[in-house]
Design a protein around this ligand. Structure first.
Ligand code: VGL
Length: 343
């Protein structure tokens, strides 16, 4: 697809250009033509109903056309982000313990191998111009609540279906104080240990940031955005807001745990988000399938390195991501700042 950057970089005059019948309004057919120009015919045909959804959101007075006011209030920003996204590459927990250490995915017996993500991630780091690269690290104190080895340190709640005597690694128990459900992982990513280091072959690019999560003994942190109780949520947001991020490309380990939680939080925050699946490995294929469905249901794009290249270079654009943008612009305008996604 070739995109006329000149045309699209100047939102003034766009309404006039696509207003075929010159009535000063953009009706659905005119909007669809505009989308063919923006996304290509193949993408529009694949996502017809999403094009309709986007139009319906932008048409906030629901009269079947986009008027000047709707254009100014929402459509201009929508087209400007679609044409000029700010792309952040978020690389989740590519650490020794998940690859060849105490929680090596390959030892979980489900055919996953964390080492396989390093080379494709390095290629995307080398080949693409990212507006920001962020690496996250699981970073736990010795007495962390999520370690099976620490089960003796805290009381279980009466509602815990599994008792201390029978509990095995990977089981889920309920602690008394803090009162929370917790999966028991083999001890991993202990602060300053070898297991907590990023894999030695993972390229660390200049100007990137590293975020450490799960530092509190009594709280798990799967998402890079926040602890599991949703506290400590500013660090990544500050970085994203600092660069004016619009699009997050997420990858890493484990797909069905920390990548999952990070993607759902990113979508909840209103970011356009794609998961680069060939750069992810998880604990359990069945949970990975559930993760994929949930991310899609919440507006995320499942993609691969090849398509990521085209999206970041601006050769392709995604209607799934454009719909997510319309939804978050729509809820901002309606004043609903925290649309809750279904998990
Ligand atoms: C993770 C299991 C336990 C992850 C963290 O980084 O996905 N998995 N803690």
């Amino acid at each position: 697809m070739t995109i006329d950057k000149e045309l699209w970089s100047e939102p003034e005059g766009l309404l006039e250009k696509f207003d075929a019948n010159k009535d000063g309004l953009i009706d659905f057919d005119e909007f669809r033509t505009m989308c063919v120009d923006l996304f290509g015919n193949e993408e529009v045909e694949k996502h017809e109903y999403r094009v309709r959804d986007i139009f319906d959101i932008l048409d906030s007075d629901e009269d079947g056309t986009l008027n000047q006011e709707e254009w100014e209030r929402c459509c201009k920003e929508w087209t400007s982000v679609v044409v000029n996204p700010v792309n952040v590459f978020l690389i989740v927990d590519v650490q020794n313990d998940f690859i060849e250490g105490t929680l090596a995915l390959r030892d979980c017996g489900k055919g996953q191998d964390g080492a396989e993500v390093v080379a494709p991630i390095n290629r995307l780091l080398a080949e693409l111009r990212w507006d920001k690269v962020v690496y996250s690290l699981d970073w736990h104190p010795e007495n962390h609540i999520g370690f099976y080895e620490n089960l003796g340190l805290r009381e279980l709640h009466a509602e815990s279906k599994i008792g201390k005597q029978e509990a095995k690694p990977f089981d889920t128990v309920v602690f008394l104080d803090p009162h929370l459900e917790q999966r028991l992982w083999p001890k991993h990513c202990v602060i300053d240990s070898w297991g907590a280091q990023l894999h030695k072959d993972l390229v660390i690019v200049p100007g990137s940031d590293q975020l450490r999560k799960g530092k509190h003994p009594n709280m798990e942190a799967y998402s890079v955005f926040a602890d599991n109780n949703r506290e400590n949520s500013r660090e990544l947001l500050n970085i994203l807001e600092g660069v004016g991020a619009t699009d997050l490309y997420v990858c890493g380990l484990a797909y069905d745990v920390c990548v999952r939680a990070t993607c759902l939080d990113g979508l909840r925050q209103g970011y356009r988000l794609a998961v680069i699946e060939d750069c992810c490995r998880g604990v359990d294929p069945a949970d990975i399938q559930e993760t994929r469905r949930t991310i899609e249901d919440n507006g995320g794009l499942l993609t691969d390195s090849e398509n990521t290249r085209r999206l970041v270079e601006g050769q392709n654009r995604s209607i799934v991501m454009a719909l997510q943008l319309a939804k978050s612009l729509g809820s901002k305008i309606l004043g609903d700042k925290n649309p809750e996604g279904d998990e």
